[in-house]
Design a protein around this ligand. Structure first.
Ligand code: ATP
Ligand code: MG
Length: 238
């Protein structure tokens, strides 16, 4: 059964339509990369999937129709969105940020165990629990943002440009951890990335978005192998 099915999705801001009939399917436990140039609508697509902006069309998660639901309702259905710019609460401590991530869960059971689980993925956060999120490095903040998203035990994790502003070494480590999370928890992942090389390195499939339309879809290998296409659509070598 497919985890995420999107059909004929349109969305925008006010009268400005940004996405024009997006269709894609992400299999359960897969990693899907969304690539494309600045302004293509990648962030808008993730916002539409997590309910941050209104969208038309069909979105199903595990067969359940999610059209028109609020961000809260979508979070309870298992969608966790790590937005562009991370969305951590800077004045709050690392621990408070992590505990906030569990807010969509019904019970408090297992919250401490989940914090330990997240320390397993991101050991650096363990030593920073009482520190304000705003005092973390960029890489640590991205780790906290992903850790906070994991606290909701999501079925679908949406990551928007996790590499933004991070050094290459930190970015590689982050992608390695995302891959480990996907493998260990079978969390389905949709990752938006400018760094196509990195994203294609962990994804099974990829879609290239251009001016609000999917112009190219395939397995990560197909997209990577198609250098000509990658260059003309992405503007750089992958
Ligand atoms: N809050 C907003 N209000 C109005 N227009 C917006 C808003 N956010 C984005 N847009 C417009 O929607 C289009 C798509 O933007 P979006 O942020 O989805 O692109 P993107 O692919 O994520 O780009 P980038 O790679 O630069 O992050 C752009 O033309 C942008 O100007
Ligand atoms: Mg964006």
């Amino acid at each position: 059964m497919s985890t995420l099915e999107v059909e004929d999705l349109t969305a925008g801001y006010g009268d400005a339509r940004v996405l024009h009939g997006i269709g894609l399917t992400v299999g359960e436990g897969e990693i899907c990369a969304i690539l494309g140039p600045n302004g293509a609508g990648k962030t808008t697509l993730l916002r539409a999937l997590s309910g941050m902006i209104k969208a038309r069309g069909r979105v199903r998660l595990g067969g359940t129709d999610l059209a028109g639901r609020s961000p809260d309702a979508l979070a309870r259905q298992g969608i966790a969105h790590v937005p562009e710019g991370r969305g951590t609460f800077m004045p709050l401590t690392v621990e408070e940020n992590l505990r906030l991530g569990a807010f969509v869960r019904r019970g408090r059971d297992g919250v401490n165990a989940d914090i330990e689980r997240i320390h397993g993925y991101f050991p650096v956060l363990k030593d920073r629990m009482k520190q304000a999120a705003g005092s973390l490095s960029g890489g640590e903040q991205q780790m906290l943002a992903i850790g906070r998203a994991l606290m909701s035990r999501p079925r679908l994790l949406l990551l928007d440009e996790p590499s933004l502003g991070l050094a290459p070494l930190v970015t590689r480590e982050l992608f390695r951890i995302v891959q480990a999370i996907n493998a260990e928890e079978q969390t389905t992942v949709v990752v938006v990335e400018q760094n196509a090389h990195l994203a294609l390195g962990i994804a099974q499939q990829a879609h290239v978005l251009e001016t609000g339309r999917i112009v190219l879809s395939g397995t990560a290998e197909q997209i990577r192998a198609d250098e000509q296409v990658a260059q003309s659509y992405l503007g750089y070598r992958v």
